[in-house]
Design a protein. Structure first.
Length: 135
């Protein structure tokens, strides 16, 4: 589990001239993540996993927008819940590690800000399966 709480601000000549807003683009004041693991006694050392992630609102634009009252455009906060499993499987002399994750089980839609005025949708519900072999 972990969280980052901060109050980032933009400073410098561009801010003093009113060319950029007070919030850095794409940076949330609050980010938190909790990961849970439950190891079972089932064959292959089956582990059940889960995670909860929260990302607070973030500025989507660097410049203030007049029709927003001189404020920056903000993306809404969003959270996701993932569930999954981890298991090892022995096949002759080879050990397989299998990891399955159902990401964003509630299919929450959100936006990720990668740069000023650049947005792309967050991951939607999806199934990720990784298999590794140790031989």
């Amino acid at each position: 589990a972990g969280a980052v709480i901060m109050d980032p601000v933009v400073t410098g000549p561009g801010r003093a001239a009113g060319l950029v807003g007070s919030r850095p683009t794409g940076v949330s004041k609050l980010f938190g993540r909790v990961d849970l693991n439950y190891r079972t006694d089932l064959p292959g050392h089956l582990v059940l996993t889960g995670s909860f992630e929260y990302k607070g609102s973030a500025a989507a634009t660097a410049a203030p927008i007049a029709h927003l009252g001189g404020r920056q455009l903000m993306v809404d906060p969003f959270w996701t819940i993932d569930i999954g499993t981890r298991q090892t499987i022995q096949i002759n002399k080879t050990t397989l590690g299998v990891r399955m994750i159902l990401r964003d089980i509630l299919d929450k839609a959100g936006w990720h800000v990668s740069a000023p005025d650049v947005l792309f949708p967050t991951h939607r519900r999806s199934l990720l399966i990784n298999v590794t072999a140790d031989f």
